[in-house]
Ligand binder design. Sequence first.
Ligand SMILES: Nc1ncnc2c1ncn2[C@@H]1O[C@H](COP(=O)(O)OP(=O)(O)OP(=O)(O)O)[C@@H](O)[C@H]1O
Ligand SMILES: [Mg+2]
Length: 433
Amino acid sequence: MKVNEHPRKTIKKVCSFMIFSCFCFREVRLRSHFARKIQKLNDRINGIVSEKNTFDFKLSEGETKRPEHKITVSVIDATEIKGRETDKGKIVKMLVSESSDQEPAPRTISLVGMGGIGKTTLAQLVYNDHEVGTYFGKRIWVCVSDPFDEIRIANAILEALVGSAQDLIELQALLERIQELVSGKRFLLVLDDVWNEDSTKWEQLKNSLKRGCLPGSRFLVTTRKREVANCMGSSSTDILELGLLSPDECWSLFSQLAFFEKNSRDRDLEETGRKIAERCKGLPLAAKTLGSLLRFKRSRAEWESVLNNHVWEIEEAESKLLAPLWLSYHDLPTEMRPCFLYCAVFPRDYTFKRDTLIKLWMAQGFLRETQNQEMEATGGECFEALAARSFFQDFEKDEHDGRIIQLKEITEQKPTPVYRLPKPIYSIQYQPY
Ligand SMILES: Nc1ncnc2c1ncn2[C@@H]1O[C@H](COP(=O)(O)OP(=O)(O)OP(=O)(O)O)[C@@H](O)[C@H]1O
Ligand SMILES: [Mg+2]
């Protein structure tokens, strides 16, 4: 200390040195405390990683890759089609029925049903019908698919009207051209495989098509979802819900393929074949897939194996039969997926009662309460939405308010143990085969 230095100043210096060193010590202690904490966390994370590795989890391809939509065309070999005479008659009648001059827009008729039930096939039958061909001055087939791309659809319509590809990129120019070309014509426009529920996307196209066209023009839509039919403008009387094939029709379709070029010796496979056809439960896609698969199998053991296995266990059938059905699952909003998957733990012929199922979803924590809506209401919406997306085939409605009160799965097979469900998806539990 210097002689002339003020003693108070010295004290202050000593104090501030002490504070500084205390602070330093505290900081060091804190740092080492955090270092230990980070070390502990790292150890925990390493533990979790090594535990995860013991389960050998793999990212399933199916989870990330969206299944592809099939491209459809209007061509069909009508001789291969089983049944559907009544449905075809109904649709043709709706299409060619007299229409008033005051009709606000072409009527929209929709074919609704689950994947693989034969909506596109029926639309093709109708499109190629002689009466339809002569009634409409112009017939146009567009495979819409998902997403609903207005420019692509408008270009497809234009190409059909002109007879060659135009490849315009401005919607405005496309719509003006379409409007000119349909003017004074009576047309039938088939929109196959529609998923879009945003009516504004369709409105613009619809407006340009309806302007100037002759009364009696029609839209024919195929979709898996009833909401889509409503959004495209179909009134409830203009919606045809497609049913399954009868057992005889289903057998006829299956056997035509499975016994193709087989001789009378192979006829002893018939008994097993009939049981397999029964398992298809009238779904044409299933009858066609399994029939084609058995066409090249000649031994009884091979046929028995198809009969006794789940479809997802038969490699050749899986891609043809399950891939199209995957689309419906992928289209479900994320929050509805657990509700749907949960149903998979019930036996196949189980009848789902609306209120009970909603309570079970609530107990599982699948439903959320929002500020404006109680859980039960959210569950009710989910139930209706599953029913309207053709996941189930059999409904029972309330006599008074028309509300769907129960859904019934139509197959009679025994329940599948959860551990035997297919890895990527359980939805096939709800498909009738
Ligand atoms: N009545 C029928 N007779 C013979 N085969 C049929 C019949 N209905 C459908 N099929 C065949 O079953 C398969 C599925 O039919 P289709 O593609 O028409 O179903 P979809 O309801 O349009 O399905 P998606 O919802 O996937 O578009 C096709 O291979 C079709 O040829
Ligand atoms: Mg289709």
